[in-house]
Design a protein around this ligand. Sequence first.
Ligand code: UGA
Length: 367
Amino acid sequence: MSSATPRRIAVLGAGGFIGSHLVPALLARFDCSVEAIDTDLSKLGAHDPRLQRRLSRIQEPGLIDDVARRSDLIVSLTALCTPALYNTDPLAVIDASYNDLVPVVQSAARERARLIHLSTCEVYGRRALDLEGRAMERMSEHETALFLGPVDRERWTYACAKQLLERVIWAYGSRGELDFTIVRPFNVVGARMDFLPGIDGIGVPRVLASFMNALLRDQPLELVDGGRQRRSFIAVEEFVEGVVRIVARPEVANGRIFNLGNPRNDVSIRTLAEELASAYRAREPGARFAGFREVSAESFYGPGYDDTSERIPELSQAEALLEFRPSVTLSEMLPGIIDDYVRRYAPRIALASADAAPAPQREAVLA
Ligand code: UGA
């Protein structure tokens, strides 16, 4: 059974964006060992004798049972969480969000390990509606319905699979068979988020990395459906602090679902693009700026995409139980994020463009 101060923590998906911030925070805060499991741990910079790195898929036979047996706490972060995949590779998304994770829940219950599972704000769906279908301003863990789109809008494969896993976890917990906390992150942003297409990944990353990719390559920032949709962005450092408090306070966090986000940073995607572009130009005054381009969702993501018009977290539960009050504004967080992308990617993009440049003309070589 879980103890108040975990001694052995396993983090599944430790090499991803959030894992690479969470693992060092756990090591800093707790007198514990951390087993970091992922197929790629290159983003995880922490060096600590209490950290054990394990390069593995979570589906590896026997792995999750072994991990659950030797851990007090499992933090589960693995996901395919870029929306461009939801309608283009839905079966892989359902596997990663549900089928691969049911054994994690079962093993945690069997071995009496506490489970903190990162779900998603996507479970709220297209917009915030109360239980009678009336519009709400904020998405609340207990008062907001989960309003997904029709099945042919495959965007909702991810949200639906994540919701079903939440229900599995809840069923174990409500029967006294699992100590759990479910976290619903709301648009966490920060250094090391996602990937840049053609550099360290393929496909379409989430909006922050998509916009940074455009800025670094002097291409226009593409605004899907004009960028009218709104999101509330939270700095990864503040989000991670919320998760650390959940780890530290099982007596209030167990058996609950928590929204973690920052309602004060609710902006349109167009505003995000404008603020990011102006912060980038302040850092790189010589860079060319190709502006913004409006694109349709169908041309950007393909058929079956759908979207959330606005997504603002209700935080009263996290405030009351965790004293969670994020305060970093978008304009405060953007310069540090831009700096990370420029340092990690600008040299690689310059190299790639030099390689792709046409060979010098014969005359020029002779001259
Ligand atoms: C995604 C995931 O589905 C969530 O699980 C996750 O919690 C969330 O990101 C997150 O970052 O926390 P979403 O906010 O829709 O959800 O993902 P983004 O790819 O970041 O898109 C945000 C908005 O920007 C969407 O309306 C999208 O259409 C738009 N967008 C994206 C653009 O206008 N241009 C782009 O280049 C990329």
